[in-house]
Write a protein that binds this ligand. Structure first.
Ligand SMILES: C[S@@+](CC[C@H](N)C(=O)[O-])C[C@H]1O[C@@H](n2cnc3c(N)ncnc32)[C@H](O)[C@@H]1O
Length: 182
């Protein structure tokens, strides 16, 4: 009896692990939850201003947007393919009291319109970025900043890189074909 219960728990754990971490990798990027200090660094680096609208493409548990709304006065839209993370992110936004400014949509970011974005934040693989960015660039405001954590955009010169070279900012009104970052 106990053995059966343990086997079921182990099975449920692996199903969840597959659904939450492995499956999203086939769509664009696996999930890797960030430390609160890393989220702060990302938002400081992105120079988020009060009232700005941020899109997180593949928003995971939504904590980047929640912090942006709570501590920087921004509003945010998260697009996430995994329904479980969408549910968690919505709950966290409500518990943090920012669900009026943080909207989490269960959507594939490849089928979306970001024309009102002030900031696009991404933590996605090179493969996903190479496919996504050229598609959305023509539809963004010229003032939009793209901030990428850990992965740079191919064939684009970042306007800003942090000391650790794991945060990259791209301004659409700038850019030449140089790719010196991993
Ligand atoms: C590395 S995580 C980043 C999570 C969050 N942006 C952060 O920085 O903490 C990548 C997320 O993208 C989601 N994802 C992958 N492909 C996607 C797609 N095509 N559309 C929407 N979400 C996607 C995954 O489910 C995963 O939660």
């Amino acid at each position: 009896m106990i053995l059966t219960a343990i086997s079921i728990l182990v099975l449920v754990f692996f199903i969840l692990l597959f659904g939450v971490v492995v499956l999203p990798a086939f769509f664009g990027s696996p999930w890797h939850p960030l430390l609160p200090a890393t989220i702060r660094k990302i938002l400081d680096f992105a120079q988020i201003q009060k009232g700005e609208k941020i899109y997180d493409l593949g928003s995971g548990d939504g904590r980047v947007l929640i912090q942006a709304a709570r501590n920087y006065g921004a509003s945010g839209v998260g697009l996430e393919i995994d329904p479980l993370k969408v549910w968690v992110a919505r709950k966290l936004a409500r518990l943090s009291g920012v669900d009026d400014r943080v909207q989490i949509l269960r959507k594939n970011f490849n089928d979306f319109d970001f024309k009102d974005a002030d900031v696009i934040y991404v933590y996605l693989t090179h493969q996903a970025l190479d496919r996504l960015i050229p598609e959305i660039l023509p539809y963004l405001k010229p003032s939009t900043r793209i901030v990428s954590y850990r992965f740079c955009l191919g064939n684009r010169q970042p306007s800003k890189v942090n000391d650790k070279q794991n945060l990259f900012m791209y301004r659409l009104d700038k850019g030449v074909n140089v790719d010196g970052y991993s």
